[in-house]
Every structure is written in C-alpha cells, then in structure tokens.
Design a protein around this ligand. Structure first.
Ligand code: AHG
Ligand code: MN
Ligand code: MN
Length: 315
C-alpha cells in the first residue's frame, strides 16, 4: 500500500490500515484508542512539568510528573474504551481490572513513558504496549496478540504488529498517523550494537561477545532509551541491543511484561530474535508483574552468537 519509505501515495491512516489488514474490530478500536492517547502524552511532554512527582513506582524509582501524567492518560483511555478487561502499568503496583469477565476484551501491559529521565536532556522517549486476549497478562510473551510503541523523537512514529508483519506510521501535521512502510524487516547482520548497563559488571561471556562485535567493526549506538534504540534496529534492518545480566544485577533491568515481551514480539515479527542469553524471551513465563530479564535482541545472527559466548564462557 505504500511505496518507498516516507512517501506514501495515499495517506493511509492507522484505522484504515488495521481494517484493510482484517484486524478484529475490538483490537482495531483498542490500537486506535492508544494512538489517540499518545497525542495527549505528546502534549504533556512538550508542555508538562519536568519535575519529580514526589511518588515512586514499585521499583522504588522516583516517578517523574510525566510518568504519572502519561500513566493517567493511558489508564483513562483504556478504562473508557469498553474493550479492555485489565491493565498492568509500569507505574502502578497492581493489576487494574475494568471488565474482567468480558470474553471479547483485551488486556494491556504498558510502559507509559519509557526513558522519561531523558526528557530534560531532550532525547527521544517512547510508550510501549503489549496486548493479550482476555485476561492473559501474566502469560508467556508468545501469547500476545499485538504489540506496539510510539516513539516521541524528532518525528513522532508508531510501530505495530498484530502478527502479520510490522508496520510503521508517522504523525502528520494534523496529528494523524499515516502509513510510512509495511513489513519492516530485520534481515542484515549487525553493524551497530547497544550495550546497556555498566560494562564492568558484564560476565566474561558477555564481555567476550561485545569485544567480538567491536572486532567485527560494529559501532556503538546507545541512547539510553529502549524505544529509540530498538526502533533504530527495526528501521535499519540490523543491529543488536543488550541489557544483559550484570554481576550486581543478575536479572538485568528491563521488565518482561511491558518492555521485553512487546519489543521481542515486534522484533520476531520483523524476522529478528530476542533471548535472555539462553532461551527465547517470548517463551519465558513471568513469575510476577515486575519480573525482569536479561535481554539480547535484534539480528538473529548476533543473538545466536551471544548465546554461544554465554554457553562457552559462562552465563
Ligand atoms: P524507564 O524510563 O521506563 O524506567 O526505562 C528506562 C530503561 C530503558 O529505556 C533503557 O534501555 C534503560 O532503562 C537504560 O538503562 P541505563 O540507564 O541503566 O542504561
Ligand atoms: Mn521502561
Ligand atoms: Mn517508564
């Protein structure tokens, strides 16, 4: 439906694309509701209070006013959508139930504002969304029915998949999301790598893996924002991001339900891979809503190489 990236012959908007690709009615409605919520989040980023909210989330991280604002915007939209059974938010301690028994509803796990600490230095941040059927939020990531993110960068873009490829949209001057490209694909070998966490806390296996990437000529690309760092790999079609197990943080930092599962779903739909260094992220059964996991995600070849180094040199 779109010719080369960025110059769509027709301004195909998000709702039309969802309908024309046969996405179920309530799921179409849900994805469009989330895209609407992003417009209010953009506004709060542009004009909102950058101060600290004075509260903290379940990780004990100080909640910035924007985190709380973005969380409230999304929760309200989900509640009034009429198609959401329950939500889990990075900014809330418990699962919030709206319509638990409703059979043709969906459940949503979201990070309302990922990378919020980057706002005051004007770097790109995002909203990450995982969608499951019914109330299956604590299931394996492979049971998601959709995933998406909105990237608030120099341009505001939206990436979604409902299991039939990954499709990119950009927000136009009327704040409509119009199709930029369909079937985004990760098919190249990495020439960029994103090493999250403190390098001196890396295991021997991870350190050897990163050294090998550097010897192969890979260039370091790490913004500190999960959404722009993953978006770069999807748009370039190659690269590897890692937030590995650290000596002082064996489970890494990133959260399964609303960071790793949705991004792993999108990356796999684009032909890439996502592993915790041993197994597929989407096969892991999270034990609690705040479960974290180490992650190596991006080009299949480098994710497999990471697993080999960890197996040989010790996890
Ligand atoms: P959040 O702002 O939602 O807490 O997530 C931030 C995450 C993620 O965006 C990024 O990949 C990672 O934190 C960066 O962590 P370090 O600052 O430890 O590199
Ligand atoms: Mn986050
Ligand atoms: Mn966040």
């Amino acid at each position: 439906m779109a010719d080369e990236r960025g110059s769509t012959k027709f301004q195909i908007d998000l709702r039309r694309h969802l309908r024309e690709t046969g996405v179920e009615r309530n799921l179409t409605r849900l994805i469009c509701e989330i895209s609407e919520a992003s417009k209010y989040i953009i506004n709060s980023i542009r004009t909102g209070d950058l101060g600290v909210a004075g509260t903290s989330n379940l990780y004990g991280e100080k909640q910035l006013a924007l985190d709380v604002l973005a969380d409230r915007i999304l929760e309200k939209r989900m509640k009034h959508s009429g198609v959401v059974a329950s939500v889990i938010s990075e900014e809330q301690e418990q699962i919030i139930e709206f319509n638990p028994g409703h059979s043709d509803c969906y459940s949503v796990a979201y990070d309302p504002l990922d990378g919020s600490s980057l706002v005051d230095v004007n770097l790109a941040i995002g909203t990450i969304i995982s969608i499951c059927k019914g109330n299956a939020l604590l299931g394996r990531g492979r049971d998601q029915v959709a995933a998406m993110y909105i990237l608030y960068g120099p341009r505001t873009t939206l990436m979604y998949s409902t299991g039939n490829g990954v499709h990119e949209f950009a927000m136009n001057q009327l704040m409509e999301y119009t199709l930029v490209q369909e079937n985004v694909t990760i098919d190249g070998n990495s020439d960029i790598y994103s090493p999250g966490g403190q390098r001196n806390q890396y295991s021997e296996g991870t350190e050897r893996f990163v050294r090998t990437l550097e010897e192969q000529g890979c260039k370091l690309r790490y913004s500190g924002g999960f959404v722009p760092d993953i978006n770069q790999i999807l748009i370039k079609g190659r690269g590897i991001f890692m937030y590995p197990h650290l000596k002082n943080r064996p489970q890494g930092k990133l959260r399964m339900l609303y960071e790793l599962n949705p991004m792993a779903y999108l990356v796999e739909q684009a032909g890439g891979a996502a592993s915790d260094g041993k197994m597929r992220i989407l096969d892991i059964l999270p034990q609690e809503i705040d479960a974290c996991s180490p992650v190596f995600i991006g080009s299949k070849k480098e994710v497999a190489l990471a697993q080999e180094f960890l197996a040989a040199e010790g996890y």
